[in-house]
Design a protein around this ligand. Sequence first.
Ligand code: ADP
Ligand code: ZN
Length: 614
Amino acid sequence: MTLPMIRPMTAPMNTNEKTRILNETFGFTSFREGQEEVVDALVRGEDVLAVMPTGAGKSLCYQVPALVRDGLAIVVSPLVALMRDQVAALALNGVAVETINSSRDRAENVDAWLRAADGRIKLLYLSPERLMTDRMLAALAKLDISLIAVDEAHCISQWGPSFRPEYEDLARLRQVFPSVPIAAFTATADEVTRADIRDRMFGERCHVFVQGFDRPNIRLAVEPKRSWKKQLLEVLAEHKGDNGIVYCLSRAKTEDAAGYLRDNGFRAMAYHAGMDAEDREIAQSAFMTEPDLVIVATIAFGMGIDKPDVRFVAHADLPGSIESYYQEIGRAGRDGLPATAHMLYGLDDIRMRRVFIEQENGDDERKRRENRRLDAFLAYCEAPECRRQSLLAYFGEASGPCGNCDVCQSPIATTDGTEEAQKLLSAVYRTGQIYGSGHVVDVVTGAATEKIRSAGHDQLPSYGSGKERSKDEWRSLLRQLVATGCLKIDIAGYGGLSMTEKGELLLKGEETFRYRPDAMPKKGSGKTRAKSAKTTDLSEDDRPLYEALRELRRDLARERGVPAYVIFTDRALQDMSARRPQTVEEFSQCHGVGEAKRREFAETFLTAIAAKIG
Ligand code: ADP
Ligand code: ZN
């Protein structure tokens, strides 16, 4: 249903007002791309659907209008932990903010409500189920409501994977508050979900802002899996002392990997759905407050992690789809500083993923669709073009080579491998299309195994036909034959390889095959690259001060029981380390220092800076 837009005219917008708030309250000098349009629309009192990638700075888009407009802003957010951190961050910036939720006791909630009803606060954070009770709605209707912001708005769509029943009811908001501007925010941007959010929440009359999917500060890399533990260490070596997430497929592997990282001098904790709630809570809150902790997790970790300074996301196994990959790497670098997304994947990952699809309940059509999605993802892994370009293309966004991915930085030359492919295919064919990759490679390289002898495979013409190349090279070729659909893996049995139509054409010589020789690791490669990436905003001279300020921040955060970034973000500390303020005035010019934080922290930080730089 479309409702006419009857809105009271708000006072003409005061440009200075929003900028003043941006500077004085948040300590930022300018809006980021995409923010100002949303802020303006909301200040004018219009409905907004904003689709912005993670880290774009959605919160500011409603927080600034909430402070510019008269009255109380309602913010709807699905997760208590997220609300808590946002409220803590706003409060430290001197904003009058409250939350009413199930994690607080009744007296606190009553007190919060009284302050809201009294007009003493500017923003009130609520869960959807709290907001949509008749009592709450009736009570709010008596107040002057400045705007309603709905975070994670895709949860309202039944099309999407993150549908939450308690979000459904938010569709009534438009009717209940006919003259209050409503803003819906999401980072999930496919067209169907977007249209669905709009239909449910607004009807036709709303501004839709869609910002691209690109996260240019995240360096993308995909690496064939050889020995994942060693490779993981190499990735993490570039991120000593940083927060990061390592995703693994299984619970056992998270424990194994976390232990291995600890043995190698990292602070690491496992996180998976098999742990009890309390242990999960401990790991999560440690991750939020400790600046150098690595969480090794299954996908159970992530939703509700709103930490801007996650410096890397590593995948020790292939995620389920490009969509989940994009969502998971999106947890890195929300603060806009350089971050790394590094994925390892191998033949066995492909097999596991196919098995999962097979085991899912669902009809054949669904399985076919899932397999096609997986094919698209594998194509991304093997594509010899810029990663970002392929990733964005998948989401329908055109772009040029990015210069910030493994392929752009060391271009991959594909070479003709038709003859090699034929050697592998004929080995598969002649051994009866029932053996897995290990055996096939053994046959081609002429290994002397018991399995080969007993099956008589040393008598085949294929035996030893590929002696001139290493096992690693053959494995890599085999992976690419599977990824490009020339061979398929028997997922019901033991991973036996068999021919596809495409493979048969190739074997007959009616098709050619190009492949990318895997770069074998060179000692020390990558290190210099990461170092330069990391220090773009920080010179080596400033690093000791930066480290000292990080420690100070950690102590302050512990004292107050808030995440470290709530005190100051990395970006803010880097700015302080470079500027080395000596007066309160200089301190207040640093990134992220608004009036409230200047009052609260100037002395502590100035003292620490003076002590460190002597
Ligand atoms: P999103 O919800 O879109 O993922 P957030 O609202 O959490 O992103 O913002 C991500 C980070 O960017 C936060 O640390 C926030 O303080 C910072 N940020 C947002 N807007 C600006 C700005 N205009 N200038 C500097 N930093 C900003
Ligand atoms: Zn690139």
